[in-house]
Design a protein around this ligand. Structure first.
Ligand code: G
Ligand code: G
Ligand code: MN
Ligand code: NA
Length: 257
């Protein structure tokens, strides 16, 4: 409960910041970024979410925190869409289960879009496989309402759950993100090579984009490219970074056409 209290203080004290990890097309263009929260702790410095997101998710705190994340990400996205060099960047935002299950989740997203002026198709909401599976009817209803507005959807950590093709076809999805545990084992564990190829094939058959996350080596990238994966995120390309640093990085790589 101490950490929960500290998080409450951090939220009202504006101690959270968002970093952005670039996402790339195979052709070398930066296509977007994923927003990842950090805690700028007055004593401990920059703290990663591994230590606190789970605690926030176990309490109601994830609801106001999740809303702050969405609003802050959309404020950044609004600045990017208004500048020539960054106007094509899409932004992925992680959504927690408790946040998504709120009755007013759809209304909140629509409100943030309206207030920030973000073009909805630039916003991609990342839902985990387990979230999506937990209450499929509610998931589909909410996704469809937002899909109508133009918002895009990605399944995060894909492959770690037990999703069937049958339910995947019922969701208005745009992208599958292959979980980094599988990427890590490319060339190391044969069954994971097979899983990666299967996910890429599944995405192609469903006409979804597929993004590999946690790509750390050229060998992993080459394997993924060989098997038809077009989108990448990982330390091989860039770490999560402040928005200004991402903008500087963009100046040194070709912009998305
Ligand atoms: O870099 P990384 O340490 O940023 O993130 C660790 C975990 O925290 C990941 O599972 C990631 O999905 C989660 N996470 C990071 N940022 C956010 C966020 O803004 N919202 C939610 N719900 N989870 C996040
Ligand atoms: O769970 P989610 O996929 O939302 O969070 C992504 C997490 O993966 C973040 O903690 C991010 O910092 C981390 N990450 C991103 N790229 C890499 C990578 O290449 N290697 C490793 N080990 N972690 C990564
Ligand atoms: Mn994610
Ligand atoms: Na993930």
């Amino acid at each position: 409960a101490q950490l929960e209290n500290d998080l409450q203080v951090a939220l009202s004290g504006r101690q959270f910041v968002l970093h952005y990890q670039p996402q790339w097309h195979l052709d070398g263009h930066m296509v977007g970024a994923e927003a990842l929260i950090r805690w700028q702790h007055p004593q401990r410095g920059l703290v990663g979410p591994g230590n606190f997101i789970a605690v926030a998710e176990d309490s109601e705190l994830i609801v106001p925190l999740g809303h702050w994340i969405l609003r802050t990400a959309c404020e950044q996205l609004a600045r990017w869409q208004d500048a020539p060099a960054t106007r094509h960047l899409q932004l992925s935002v992680n959504v927690s289960a408790r946040q998504f299950r709120q009755r007013d989740f759809v209304a909140r997203v629509v409100e943030v879009l309206r207030e920030t002026g973000v073009r909805p198709h630039l916003l991609k909401l990342e839902l985990t496989e387990s979230l999506v599976l937990d209450d499929v009817a509610d998931t589909i209803a909410k996704m469809e309402m937002l899909k109508t507005k133009g918002v895009r959807f990605s399944v995060d950590d894909f492959g770690t759950g037990y999703s069937s093709l049958a339910y995947l076809t019922r969701l208005p999805l745009d992208q599958l993100k292959i979980d980094q545990s599988f990427i890590h084992n490319i060339g190391v564990k044969h069954t994971d090579d097979v899983i990666v190829q299967t996910i890429i094939g599944m995405a192609q058959n469903l006409q979804l984009d597929v993004l590999a996350e946690g790509v750390e080596t050229e060998a992993q990238k080459d394997f993924l490219a060989l098997h038809g994966c077009h989108f990448y995120q990982g330390y091989l390309f860039a770490r999560p970074m402040p928005a200004a640093q991402l903008e500087a990085l963009l100046e040194s790589v070709p912009a998305d056409p």
